[in-house]
Ligand binder design. Structure first.
Ligand SMILES: *Cc1c(COP(=O)(O)O)cnc(C)c1O
Length: 407
């Protein structure tokens, strides 16, 4: 029988065409230089321009902090670039160790384990602990890496309505056999709201499920000393045996650290495939993160500054009738609805000198495209005021354009 397989290039072209129709194409913008929150970006015609960045995750302004860069340079001078191996063979360095101990100390937890990325750490947690016959119950809006982790683990995956602890309980009750994990983002990455961790902890306890909190956007930003959403909810390692700290957001670097229970962390360090079969991060990257963590935990003014900017942004935006989502964190999304509106708003802001990317499905649910505005302690009051004014102007221009095109 003759084969008639689909041609993958033809399929890729067809899917790209479909994305074009839906205004769902995604393009990268190239940054040439950065100066604080301003980025010089390349245009498609070879020109370059400076934009004020309001869509990054550098919440505390540590990504270009001189002391953090200095730590990176010093450690690279001493230890070179590559780690030269995986952690279990020959790549584990004293700076990796020091970073793990610093984070465990900061979070008042017994153990910590460094990964190359948060994505890899999430794969490790779910694959390393769950298998066939087990269950992973997750918030519908959890990060893609958690969803993929459950799929790869081969366990049953059930999703509950956003921030609905009763929904989590119902899902767990339908899966009474096998081990269970209840996994949630601490601060939701595209919405900025905080998970109902105290209620989820009760559900997890009643259902004998392990509560895992991915605190990628909470660490450094919320809770006492920036210890994150779990600390903010006053939950201990019994209630939340594992949590994820990423180093690429508020901490301004890259990589991630899993922190919590000694037995669980020890198990993952020896068996989790995304930990075992990958090259350890450059020691200098760990050295930079170590400095960033020390600044994040001790310089409270950065969090105070951020809180003040969030309040300033919200007060001014709500006064101008902007459609903000309910969030107290530096993630302050503005609802747009359809992709075309989100893209038009983003383009109008770009023309005014602001970089706010349009976030569209599948990153967010269908019909919920938005501008995900993010604030940083490195923004100025005047930056925020100018952004809000530009957002209101862009909204009015988009509404006018919509009225004109309507028959
Ligand atoms: C960014 C993010 C990750 C992935 O972390 P990386 O270190 O960027 O791979 C995981 N979970 C959440 C909620 C995130 O926002």
């Amino acid at each position: 029988m003759a084969l008639d397989r689909p041609d993958l290039r033809a399929r890729a072209r067809a899917e790209r065409e479909a994305r074009t129709q839906l205004q769902a194409r995604r393009v990268r913008r190239t940054v040439l230089r950065r100066d604080g929150m301003r980025s010089e970006v390349a245009g498609s015609d070879g020109s370059t321009r400076w934009l004020l960045n309001f869509c990054g995750n550098d919440y505390l302004g540590l990504a270009s902090h001189f002391q953090v860069s200095g730590a990176l340079q010093d450690a690279a001078a001493l230890h070179g670039v590559g780690s030269g191996g995986s952690h279990l063979v020959s790549g584990h360095h004293a700076l990796h160790d020091a970073l793990e101990r610093e984070i465990a100390d900061w979070l008042q937890l017994p153990a910590a384990l460094l990964f190359g990325s948060g994505f890899a750490a999430n794969l490790a947690v779910v694959q390393g602990l769950l298998g066939e016959g087990d269950a992973c119950v997750q918030d519908r809006l959890n990060h893609a890496s958690l969803i993929d982790a459950a799929r790869l683990a081969g366990c049953r995956l059930r999703r509950y309505p956003h921030a609905d602890a009763q929904g989590a309980l119902r899902q767990l009750r339908t899966l009474p056999e096998g081990a269970a994990m209840l996994a949630t983002d601490g601060v939701f990455s595209m919405d900025g709201d905080i998970a109902p961790l105290r209620e989820l902890a009760i559900v997890a306890r009643v259902q004998q499920a392990l509560l895992y909190v991915d605190d990628a956007h909470g660490i450094g930003v919320v809770g006492p000393d920036g210890r994150g959403s779990v600390a903010e909810a006053r939950l201990d390692v019994e209630a939340v045996p594992l949590r994820l700290v990423t180093l690429g957001k508020a901490l301004g670097g890259c990589g991630a650290v899993l922190a919590g229970d000694v037995d669980l962390i020890g198990h993952l360090a020896e068996t989790a495939r995304p930990y075992v079969y990958t090259t350890a991060l450059p020691p200098a990257v760990a050295g930079a993160a170590l400095t960033a963590v020390r600044i994040a935990r001790h310089e409270h003014w950065r969090r105070e500054r951020l809180t003040a900017l969030v309040q300033r942004f919200r007060a001014r935006a709500l006064r101008l009738g902007l459609d903000l989502m309910p969030s107290e964190t530096p993630i302050q999304p503005l609802r747009c609805g359809d992709n075309a509106t989100a893209l038009a708003m983003s383009a109008a802001l770009d023309a005014a000198g602001f970089w706010v990317a349009a976030i569209r499905p599948p990153t967010v649910p269908d019909g919920q495209a938005r501008l995900r505005v993010t604030l940083s302690a490195a923004h100025g009051d005047a930056d925020v005021d100018a952004l809000v004014d530009a957002l209101a102007t862009a909204r009015d221009a988009c509404a006018d354009a919509a009225r004109r095109t309507r028959p």
